[in-house]
Design a protein around this ligand. Sequence first.
Ligand SMILES: [Zn+2]
Ligand SMILES: [Zn+2]
Length: 431
Amino acid sequence: MQPSHRHFRVRPIIVPANAEAEIVIEPLHGHVRLDPAVSYEVRGYPCEEFAQRTGWPERPLASATVVDGSMRVRCWFEGEQEHVLLVERLEGERRVTVADIRVYSLEPDLLARRPYKGDLHIHTNRSDGRESPAYVAGRAREIGLDFQAITDHRRYEPSLEAIAAYEGVEIDLRLFPGEEVHPPRNPIHIINFGGSFSVNALFQDADAYAAAVRQVADELPEPPAGVDPYQYASSTWCFRKIREAGGLGIFCHPYWFTDHRYTPSGALTSHLFRERPFDAYEVIGGYHLHEADSNTLQVARYHDERAEGRTHPIVGVSDAHGCDRNELFGWYYTIVFAADGGLPGLIDAVKGLYSTAVEALPGQVARAFGPFRLVKYSLFLMREYFPRLDELCAEEGRLMLAHAAGDASAAQALARLSGRTSRLSAELIRR
Ligand SMILES: [Zn+2]
Ligand SMILES: [Zn+2]
């Protein structure tokens, strides 16, 4: 975060593009005092575009008034980009920088959406993870997530268990159903995010499943040489079922190196990319540090696909198998730009290409992947917006964990905090 955003309360920091907006800059902690008797000038620097209307760049662009110790700056924000507002105090010939404020202006489609952070692929001890579903959910809020689906291997019930653990408790983390789907005799891994029924459960009736896949295989054109027709038909059937359940079908970690090779086969992966039976692609998967090549390949593949005219919807996921193992948990997530934080809104936004995948490895600068426009905005959000919300989420997460551990007073405390992140978001983003 820009130090000035710690020393001043700045509202809003996200404004409409190609319009004038008023930014209120209020000193915090008494580091700086704004004095109505002193002359200030505010220069606005659009970081990317040369300003057409306001002129570039060496003249005061904004009008500033100090009332009751706070500064109100009116400025025209051109285009979709970040702006530096440099607040200077005039002392004769000298100019002293008082604050370096950052504001982002957005086109209407993005301004109408709120950014939500989430993890769409994570495990608990109900499969091969370490902790209980309720615990994993509490930890998710503690690290600032807005939504999560628990997606255990072959099991849908753990995701429902997490939801049930907070039944009747006012939490602002959205918990959705989910599972990692492993079709029989097919090495592909698929996430059913948010689907209203389990696809894994459908494999129990082996004859019905086999007949259904045969029917899909008969409908589909013959896949190219090297692609196993059963694997292709089975994968397609799973993605169709997830869609039928109202979920988002995610093609998981195609460049996972296991058993001395990538899984699934390159031929099947390429065919799936061409035909796209899936709804979203794990462009950033939950890989350990020694597996970083797999994410590098997935990102390279994403760009090649786009160059060939196929822009796939993307997600970034932790695939963590434990929150307290100091790996994977919190390293990777998705930012979804959605009209609301409900399941249909989030799914529509991902399918509509309004998402980025984030890699935030410990000790390294976080990086976002996806379309340029959204990456640019995500970097601003990760620096100036999310840290503010994360502070509130951490407190809620600790109370969720207390509730899950049997503290009867935690639910009441959570009810008092409910709605706080939405209110802060509404203060920071001016629609
Ligand atoms: Zn997997
Ligand atoms: Zn997994």
